[in-house]
Write a protein that binds this ligand. Structure first.
Ligand code: IMP
Ligand code: MG
Length: 177
């Protein structure tokens, strides 16, 4: 049996999103910003975050995958869709749901640096530093979390639970169901 246990509530998330939006706004000071969401996990966080930021922004998305099993990173990041907007000389803010091994974040950073972005920063709602396999810098972090699998607020397990308004830990029964 699978059980969901509340980890981070809706109001904690909203407070955190406001704090992050204020930090971003203070750092960019009215400069135009290209906000790029890493699909699929970041779409809920991104939509809340941009509505709290009062900056001239453009929004685009990239789609990547690193998981070949439901809860285990394959270690190989694949880019399925890049941005459609030119990033040359732009300030790019990458929005991620969670930085785990850091391989995805590192790949994205390289992807934008190679396209001559003026600056590249990463904003992640969640950070699991104990799982890190790279030294990638995450510029804005919402919550540091321990090594537990989380779902909700955009994050999935086998494409499920993205619609939940808060974050939950997923506890699997011994039969794996
Ligand atoms: P990384 O490349 O290992 O840092 O993995 C980043 C991606 O793995 C995230 O964007 C998520 O899609 C997925 N991921 C890592 N940990 C979790 C989790 O606890 N719940 C849901 N997805 C996760
Ligand atoms: Mg995912």
């Amino acid at each position: 049996m699978t059980t969901l246990k509340l980890a981070i509530s809706e109001s904690q998330i909203q407070e955190c999103v406001e704090r992050l939006a204020q930090q971003v706004q203070a750092d960019y000071q009215d400069q135009p910003l290209l906000v790029v969401g890493a699909l699929n996990g970041s779409f809920v966080f991104l939509s809340d975050l941009i509505r709290q930021m009062h900056l001239p922004i453009q929004v685009d998305f990239i789609r990547l995958s690193s998981y070949d099993e439901a809860t285990k990173s394959s270690g190989v990041v694949r880019l399925h869709h890049g941005v459609r907007t030119s990033v040359v000389d732009k300030n790019v803010l990458v929005v991620e749901d969670i930085v785990d091994t850091g391989l995805t974040a590192q790949f994205i950073r390289g992807y934008f640096e190679d396209q001559s972005a003026a600056t590249v920063r990463i904003c992640s709602l969640l950070d699991k530093p104990v799982r890190r396999l790279t030294s990638v810098t995450v510029d804005y972090v919402g919550f540091e979390v321990p090594d537990q699998f989380l779902v909700g607020y955009g994050l999935d397990y086998n494409q499920r639970y993205r619609e939940l308004p808060a974050l939950y830990t997923l506890e699997m029964g011994t039969d794996g169901s």
